[in-house]
Write a protein of this length. Structure first.
Lengths: 113, 116
């Protein structure tokens, strides 16, 4: 079935470091989304990308929609302790239709103060 | 605006029982979706309701069902619970229209169901 390959699975970094994670697929998508889930809470949308090649920022977060439309990248600059959580990429579509989100397996980020 | 509210936050049930989870969407949102989150399978789509009609269903057995009321509040029901149904059940609402799929989903904090 449809799968998003998200990497890395986990990261343990020092406060102040930059972070990069990515998501790839064998299929083309017209929208890429990045969510963050804090412990005990639901996912929160960070960035939405709607155009191939698009680069969008949200504070210290920057995400890019790959030009092949099969991948997306998320960068976090100058990490801080509150960046801890699980980051998910997601796309509308897949086997369950365009109104359903297919999620990557997540990147668990831990930040050492 | 209040966010998506899910009740209860935690639930413990026994195999074979049934359970009903509740979701109140953000005011004005007519689309409500449900997702199951487990360590092994990650986040998986269950179903979506819009204007009291199920618009889309994921690959889950018929034991999983839902409904939406005229005020857009939604419930999901799981009958004949199995151990593997233990999960975080997340509800999300959106202001998307019937033919739209790009409007962002706003998730609640979930109901954690434990089946023993």
């Amino acid at each position: 079935g449809q799968q998003l390959n998200q990497s890395p699975q986990s990261m343990f970094i020092q406060e102040g470091e930059d972070v990069s994670m990515n998501c790839t697929s064998s299929s083309i998508f017209n929208t890429w989304l990045w969510y963050k889930q804090d412990p005990g809470e639901g996912p929160v949308l960070l960035i939405a990308l709607y155009k191939a090649g698009e680069l969008t920022s949200n504070g210290r977060l920057t995400a890019q929609f790959g030009t092949t439309r099969k991948d997306s990248f998320l960068n976090i600059s100058a990490s801080i302790p509150s960046d801890v959580g699980i980051y998910f990429c997601a796309v509308p579509g897949g086997e369950t239709g365009r109104r359903a989100l297919t999620f990557g397996s997540g990147t668990r980020l831990q930040v050492q103060p | 605006k209040a966010g998506v509210t899910q009740t209860p936050r935690y639930l413990i049930k026994t195999r074979g029982q049934q359970v009903t989870l509740s979701c109140s969407p953000i005011s004005g949102h007519r689309s409500v979706s449900w997702y199951q989150q487990t360590p092994g399978q990650g986040l998986q789509f269950l179903f979506e309701y819009f204007s009291e009609t199920q618009r889309n269903k994921g690959n889950f057995p018929g034991r999983f069902s839902g409904r939406q009321f005229s005020n857009s509040r939604s419930e999901m029901n799981v009958s004949t619970l199995e151990l593997g149904d233990s999960a975080l059940y997340l509800c999300a609402s959106s202001d998307r229209l019937r033919t739209d799929y790009n409007s962002p989903l706003h998730f609640g904090n979930g109901t954690r169901l434990t089946v023993t």
